[in-house]
Each structure stands twice: as structure tokens, then as C-alpha cells.
Design a protein around this ligand. Sequence first.
Ligand code: URA
Length: 209
Amino acid sequence: MGNVFVLDHPLIQHKLTYIRDKRTGTKEFRELVDEVAMLMAFEITRNLPVQEIDTETPVTTATTKVLAGKKIGLVPILRAGLGMVDGMLDLIPAAKVGHVGLYRDPETLTPHEYYIKLPSDIDERELIVIDPMLATGGSAKDAIASLKKRGAKNIRLMCLIAAPEGVEVIKEAHPDVDIYLAALDEKLDEKGYIIPGLGDAGDRLFGTK
Ligand code: URA
């Protein structure tokens, strides 16, 4: 069964408070999401495999560690997922980036895929699907299914905030996928917003609406 990890590092939680605050404007919101994404990337990559190599320091030869070449792919779900990519690339600059475009029917809340472009070797990559808000779970569920259909084997899901309903949907549909969150909130409201949440992540990131 996939695990749910709430990354309760004090810096992540502090920044998340200001991300939630309705008085935070677009510029600051974007910067904070970027910073939290970077901090989350630090936590999420904690278990990447390393290998030992011999390194000549100015004074001796030492056995040291380097990453063991595990290939990473970031897959933001458009459009709000884009807001977390740069922060993650600060720490994982060699990661390749695929994109999945899904929109939510405002009436039925059902997601529809309108765009997908992925690295050719997704079957060899550790993929991190990125969506700031895991609300009903419909978009992330469908995006992960799309990746699996195209050969992906190792997938993790990274979100800023999730509703318990969305977490259950992913656990049920994709029990092999670990979920990384900055916060697990209370519930969804009747319009599909996460409560207390942060409002519409895409609108707040891009200054729309
Ligand atoms: N998407 C958002 O951006 N916010 C929510 O609260 C739910 C879905």
C-alpha cells in the first residue's frame, strides 16, 4: 500500500502558512511555492541510492558518496503543477520534465486530458507527479494512470495540500504510489475546494481571476 508522508519540517510549515494567507499577493505566493517545492524536493529525495567512489582530496584519498545515477522525471499537472517545477529543479537540475494537461469540468468536477508530453524513457525513471492541490484526486488519479499506460513503473505524487478524500482516491486507484504532502487538510467543500486550503492554486500562482 502506498504511504502518505506529511513533510512537517518547520520551514515548510512556516512558508505554507503565508501561502494559505489570502493577503499574500501573486509575487510572494509564487516565491513561497517555489521555496516550499525546493524544501519538499530535499525531503522526497532523501532515499535516493548513492554509491561509493574514491576521491583525491588535497591531502589524501577518501571513499565518498555520489548519487547512483537514478534518473528522475518531474511531471507537473498543468497548470498549477508548473509552479513547483523550478524549485524542484534547483535541487535536481538534471531531472527531465514531462507535462500532463488536465482540466476539471466545473459542473461534474471530472478531469479531461488535453495534453501529454513525456521523456521517452519514463519506464527507467523515478517519476514525481506534481499537483499543488490534491482535492477530489481525479486529476492525479488520471495523470498517474496515463503515465502507467505509457510504461512508467516508479511513481510518487507530490502535493502542497491534500484533502482526505483525494488521498483515499489515490490509495485506492494506485496503491503503489507514495504521496508526499506539506499538509493534509480537513475536507472538501461542495465546490471541490480544499478546506481550509489556499483557494485556487493556479489562479493565485498566475494572477488570474
Ligand atoms: N484546486 C485548487 O486549486 N484548490 C482547491 O482547493 C481544490 C482544487
